[in-house]
Design a protein around this ligand. Structure first.
Ligand code: FES
Length: 285
């Protein structure tokens, strides 16, 4: 998966989580806008009023004189007890405001769920920002200084003419000689400088680190046996293309490897250099 794909997936995840969050907020607000008793039947409302937030104050029963009715008082007549006595029980309904009632259990759980969701969203955001934030100085993803040009050239090509790639850990790259004939696909890109190029250490098959094999003068992957010449050109194995490369340049006498982007190259139709030049380090592919 390329870097662009990873960014797109991250943005898509953000968009989905954001949409879920927006929908949740909108839904909660629409619920708040409704009256608390909307959607309930008259019977339920009546039962609810009789049970919730109600203080019942029984009034002594009166047998002979009728009790005067007050506003907001519900009276319920019970069956007469005995032949001459009628028992009347009165309940007083006392309305309780939201402020007096405080936070209900439902509100508490709704707020807890919303808080957890947004905390999770925030953590994901921080994670993605940290992951995709470009490094501004030092390390892989930036312009890495491999050393003075003369020193790099001297270490890559030994006195007897054999190649000894310079491995630059910060750039995860091998500095090797540049190919004699550069591919047209790199037109406009600086893929070689001072007769050198930089190869990404990652095998283009499944991503193992490809070690250098001095005797054969090539790179040989121990995972599935892909082999490449010292120029990074594909020779054998399941690898689909040559080793990937980075842009390079000479800046103030220093050899700089630009590791912000990886350049892919197709399999070379034929090798530009002789390979293998000796026994393999991993056996036949
Ligand atoms: Fe190198 Fe498979 S990862 S050959």
């Amino acid at each position: 998966m390329s870097f662009t794909d990873a960014v797109l997936i991250g943005v898509a995840i953000f968009a989905i989580l954001g949409a879920i969050g927006a929908f949740t907020i909108a839904y909660r607000r629409s619920e708040k806008a409704k009256p608390a008793d909307s959607g309930l039947s008259a019977e339920t409302l009546s039962a609810d009023r009789s049970m919730e937030g109600v203080r019942v104050e029984p009034i002594p029963t009166v047998t002979e004189e009728p009790v005067e009715e007050e506003p907001e008082v519900v009276e319920e007549e019970l069956e007469p007890v005995g032949s001459a006595v009628a028992v009347v029980e009165t309940q007083r309904v006392v309305e309780v405001t939201v402020e007096e009632g405080g936070v209900s259990r439902r509100q508490f759980f709704n707020r807890a769920i919303a808080g957890t969701f947004f905390a999770f969203l925030g953590m994901q955001g921080v994670y993605y920002l940290a992951f995709f934030w470009p490094k501004l100085s030092g390390g892989f993803g930036t312009d890495v200084d491999a050393g003075a040009v003369g020193d790099v050239q001297g270490s890559v090509i030994s006195a007897d003419g054999s190649v000894v790639p310079l491995f630059v850990p910060e750039a995860k790259a091998y500095v090797v000689p540049a190919p004699p004939n550069e591919s047209d696909q790199f037109e406009g890109r600086s893929v070689q400088a001072a007769g050198l190029q930089a190869l990404f250490q990652r095998c283009v098959h499944l991503g193992c680190r490809v070690p250098w094999c001095g005797p054969s003068q090539g790179f040989e992957c121990p995972c599935h046996g892909s082999k490449y010449s010292y120029l990074g050109e594909y020779f054998a194995g399941p690898a689909p293309r040559n080793l990937d490369r980075f842009q390079v340049e000479v800046r103030n006498g220093r050899f700089i490897i630009v590791t912000g982007s990886v350049l892919e190259t197709p399999r070379a139709p034929s090798l530009s250099v002789n390979y293998p030049q000796g026994p393999s380090c991993i056996g036949a592919a």
